[in-house]
Design a protein around this ligand. Structure first.
Ligand SMILES: Cc1cc2nc3c(=O)[nH]c(=O)nc-3n(C[C@H](O)[C@H](O)[C@H](O)COP(=O)(O)O)c2cc1C
Length: 352
């Protein structure tokens, strides 16, 4: 529970990124294989979300029209405003990819400068861009010149603790027309280990003059969001993993920022409806194979907020088809599939 005293006051200011006015200052992070079209719309429908982002997209894949890239870039009218994130290290190809993205519905283009995965950094993309700031600034300028929509950049603090470049780089990116900076408060070497470095984010906020800085990392509640805003002075917050188990987190945070109280959590029935609608959308947009693969994986995340429901998780994981998933959700709603998990016996005091 967040207390009134932690209410950050004026933090409920909708963000403006270039000429794009958002409804709130809360963003859904690009999370490859998780924040697909179905999930983005699921979060949007629950409220509070100002901007959502696609997975990182390969500009070569978009330009060649590979099925995978087209699926990842798919958007629709309900999925607006949408940021399309591109990765790579070749300015010309990125510029062409950015034009493609705008022609296919992007409201904003983001350049990935934070991905630590070898497959991406070995091709000079992602957080490899942190290692050569001068080239990265030229690359960003090239993309900014190539499109009319705002271009943003998502960074980590630096490659390692000894090479923190984000404050200077963010300032220089602003100088070539980048319209917002998202900063994940970890280094590349850290990947996802350790705690997010709020002081590191604050230093980026202090370095940048006029564009919004969006803080990112480990925000899982309204209290976390309030702390991030207060400690770092950032203007917006991007959330990834915190939305997997609670896609309504944006509504909770936005409600809290506006009023000082967190709106009531959805009821159990409403939470199950969220899962149903997410499955409906995956089936509609991507078909049965995709929907089944993803719902089997995602049920563990959703069930974190459903109370004891191990049998429901098992039923969904072993379901043969969507009908079996819907049946399991119906059974859970009717009171079944919720046997309490037995506690390990060593945690129960024993009589001598
Ligand atoms: C599985 C996974 C995939 C990710 N994919 C992307 C991506 O495509 N582009 C990107 O900029 N960041 C990506 N990220 C990083 C997230 O956007 C975010 O910066 C990070 O998870 C920290 O935020 P969180 O604690 O709110 O999840 C990914 C993270 C995870 C765990």
């Amino acid at each position: 529970m967040v207390s009134q005293s932690q209410h950050p006051g004026n933090a409920a200011r909708p963000l403006r990124i270039g000429n794009v006015q958002l409804e709130t200052n809360l963003l859904l992070a690009p999370v490859a294989n998780y924040c697909d079209l179905a999930f983005r719309i699921t979060c949007r429908e629950l409220g509070g979300l100002g901007l959502a982002c696609t997975d990182l997209l390969s500009p070569q894949g978009l330009l060649r029209g590979t099925a995978r890239s087209l699926d990842l870039a798919a958007t629709n009218d309900a999925d607006k405003p949408i940021c399309m994130q591109l990765y790579g290290g070749n300015p010309d190809i990125l510029a062409e990819g950015a034009k493609w993205a705008v022609e296919h519905g992007a409201t904003i283009i983001d350049i990935n400068m934070g991905c630590p995965v070898d497959k991406v950094t070995k091709k000079d993309g992602g957080s490899k861009l942190l290692c050569d700031p001068s080239s990265t600034i030229r690359l960003a300028a090239r993309i900014v010149e190539s499109v009319e929509v705002p271009v943003t950049a998502k960074l980590r603090l630096g490659w390692s603790n000894g090479e923190i470049v984000a404050p200077d780089l963010a300032r220089a990116l602003e100088g070539v027309g980048i319209q917002a900076i998202t900063i994940h408060g970890r280094t590349t070497e850290q990947k996802f280990k350790g705690e997010v470095d709020l002081d590191g984010i604050r230093r980026v906020v202090e370095a940048v003059r006029s564009v919004p800085v969006i803080g990112n990392g480990d925000v899982k509640s309204a209290a976390d969001a309030a702390r991030m805003l207060e400690v770092t002075g950032c203007s917006g917050i991007m959330i990834g993993r915190g939305a997997f188990s609670a896609p309504w987190i944006f509504r909770e945070i936005w409600g809290f920022l506006q009023t000082g109280s967190v709106p009531p959590e959805p009821t159990e029935g409403e939470k199950v409806d969220v899962i149903r609608r997410y499955l409906d959308r995956m089936l509609e947009y991507r078909g049965e194979h995709y929907a089944m693969t993803h719902i089997r994986r995602r049920i563990s995340w959703f069930s974190k907020r459903l109370g004891p429901c191990k049998p429901l998780k098992e039923s969904v994981r072993t379901a043969r088809d969507p009908a079996a998933v819907y049946a399991a959700l119906d059974e859970f709603t009717a009171g079944g599939l919720r046997r309490f998990e037995t506690r390990p016996t060593d945690s129960v005091p024993q009589e001598a």
